[in-house]
Design a protein around this ligand. Sequence first.
Ligand code: UDP
Ligand code: MG
Length: 315
Amino acid sequence: MKKKPILAIIIPCYNEEETLFFTSEKLLEILQKLIIQQQISSQSFLFFIDDGSKDKTWEIISSQSQKNPLVKGLKLSANAGHQNALLAGMFSTYAEVDCIISIDADLQDDIDIIPEMINEFQKGNEIVYGVRSDRKSDSLFKRKTAEWFYSFVQKLGLEIKPNHADFRLMSTKAVKALNEFEESNIFLRGICPKLGFQTSDVFYLRQKRVYGETKYPLAKMLSFAWNGISSFSIAPLRLSGLMGGLSLMVTLVLSISTFWEYLAGRTVPGWASIMIAILFLGSVQLLSIAILGEYIGKIFTEVKKRPRYIIEKKI
Ligand code: UDP
Ligand code: MG
């Protein structure tokens, strides 16, 4: 039989006072059950990250941790955002555990698949993704925008797992590899597939939020999506090249027709030369921006200082 892994469940919390009692109770229940069933080590724990909350979140975390040794917490000095809170949690625990599971504080994700995730980990998977089998609990708007987002990023050539939020298990090895990515704007859903390793999916149904409200209002959601695209792809930079090329073609056709009109004497003096000059300069400018874009794209990929490779095993 395999060694019982030490598990840390990492829960980022931003102004979650309304849901925290419920959340820690539910998670403790499952953690204790797994410990009793000998599926995980008794050194496993819950790890709450207070992401600079302005309400009683930290007070609740610290009182829960005084009451129960299985509860630990970390307080960030200011709001660093969901992704950074997750990273803070992972990087400050991975040395003492064998695997971590990240989950949102509102428990919209189904904690009953946690045992299955551990099983998958025991089978040798370094990353186990929690994947939503449908999005029925979302509003039509969120469902549609998510669908467009996934199909758009896939067209840009970005590997990202559809319908997976940040509910996932990662082994210490995977977290260590993640730690090699030095970029400051990290988009976990895009990076995790880049880590390689053997991975697997566990499917579940996502519930509606019971307590409190979403910490991802539309503006934050859009900026998250844009961050995802812009930190993985320089395709938007190349757009000007495409537009420049297209407008150059249009310029050629229009210049010929403008010249034709001029020869036929159907133009006011000066019109033909101005038309041709504007069209031509417009395309030249777009193309020059595209050249700049190519160089900026190079700088962009360089300054991220991503690791060139990740070692999976040594023998
Ligand atoms: N969160 C965070 N920092 C932030 C925003 C959100 O740590 O700046 C946490 C939040 O407390 C929750 C998780 O990220 O645990 C996901 O947020 P939420 O459930 O509000 O997002 P939604 O499910 O609506 O997309
Ligand atoms: Mg939520």
